[in-house]
Design a protein around this ligand. Structure first.
Ligand SMILES: [Zn+2]
Length: 306
């Protein structure tokens, strides 16, 4: 979703500071004894935190991260925005796959990472969350100030008149249009609620249109090749401006829409802490990097800071 950047991982640090990281462990107690962990706490303590979150926050909720480590590669590329706008067949393919993948997203529940961030926000330690996720799990965990950079799958918008419909309502309409269709046939799931399906099946799928004007519908999410809406970006910058430290949680920062916050933090001298599994595009800009499962690390962080 959003724009792909051109830069690659693994650039050397240019500021001469040593970057610390350690091997992931499932035991929070080991994490809590590590030097990187102490440095992370020292960096975050007493500073207003703004969190930038990505797919890695939701993997432990059963929503796979197709960019991160240890995940299933998608057989085909995600649909591009221009293709979606220009082709009935593409929209049919999207909705057939989305119809099938939706159940998994709809039933996902927040994990310890989401709950820890919500807890830190309630305590006034975290000012808010800028997220690349479209699953609404931060809201489900109780976070209140969440800027959804890439929108939310929970909403559907009419491309002609702008009318909104909830995805749950649309799912019911799609179900009645396709009574023969089973929602459990997907062989592979992706974090945007997409799923892999056979072409002959897709040809039989009947798509739904806007209830108001019969226009074409689109999930209210930012597709690949589509820009993040300016009001959303403005809100994200307003939140970012409150940050005394930027905490990146569960994002490889491969997408520019998220990476730009890290870049600006670096430009302004705002410290950056990264908690993630696997390398990120912001590693050479980070003051501290801790490697590990967010469902373990963020609750430990919350306990230590509160
Ligand atoms: Zn409409």
């Amino acid at each position: 979703m959003g724009e792909y950047g051109k830069e690659v991982y693994g650039q050397p640090r240019r500021d001469g500071h040593a970057m610390q990281s350690f091997v992931p462990t499932s035991a929070a107690i080991t994490v809590a004894n590590s030097a990187a962990w102490s440095d992370l706490l020292a960096l975050l303590r007493g500073r207003r935190i703004v969190a930038l979150t990505g797919a890695g926050c939701s993997t432990e909720s059963g929503i796979p991260d197709y960019r991160g480590a240890g995940t299933v590669r998608r057989a085909r590329n995600p649909i591009q925005f221009r293709e979606y706008l220009g082709s009935d067949a593409m929209r049919q393919r999207y909705w057939a796959r989305s119809f099938t993948g939706w159940t998994r997203v709809a039933h996902a529940e927040p994990n310890g990472a989401h709950r820890a961030l919500a807890e830190l926000e309630r305590a006034g330690v975290v000012g808010g969350i800028i997220t690349q996720n479209v699953d609404r799990l931060h809201h489900a965990a109780g976070s209140r100030r969440v800027i959804e950079l890439h929108g939310a799958l929970e909403e559907v918008v009419c491309l002609r008149c702008g009318a909104m419909e909830s995805r749950r309502e649309l799912q019911a309409r799609l179900r009645s249009l396709n009574p023969q269709w089973r929602e459990e046939v997907a062989v592979e799931h992706a974090p945007d609620g997409d799923a892999e399906l056979d072409a002959p099946m897709i040809a039989d799928f009947r798509i739904a249109h806007c209830r108001v004007c019969h226009g074409d519908l689109k999930p209210n999410v930012v597709f690949f090749g589509e820009n993040v809406a300016k009001p959303t970006v403005d809100k994200a910058w307003a939140l970012f401006d409150e940050a005394e430290v930027l905490l990146v949680a569960g994002s490889s920062l491969a997408v520019f829409s998220g990476f730009r916050f890290v870049r600006r933090a670096a430009e302004r001298g705002i410290p950056i802490a990264i908690v993630n599994i696997g390398p990120t595009r912001g590693d050479n800009l980070a003051s501290i990097r801790v490697e590990g499962r967010l469902g373990t690390l963020l609750p430990a962080l919350s306990s230590a800071l509160l």
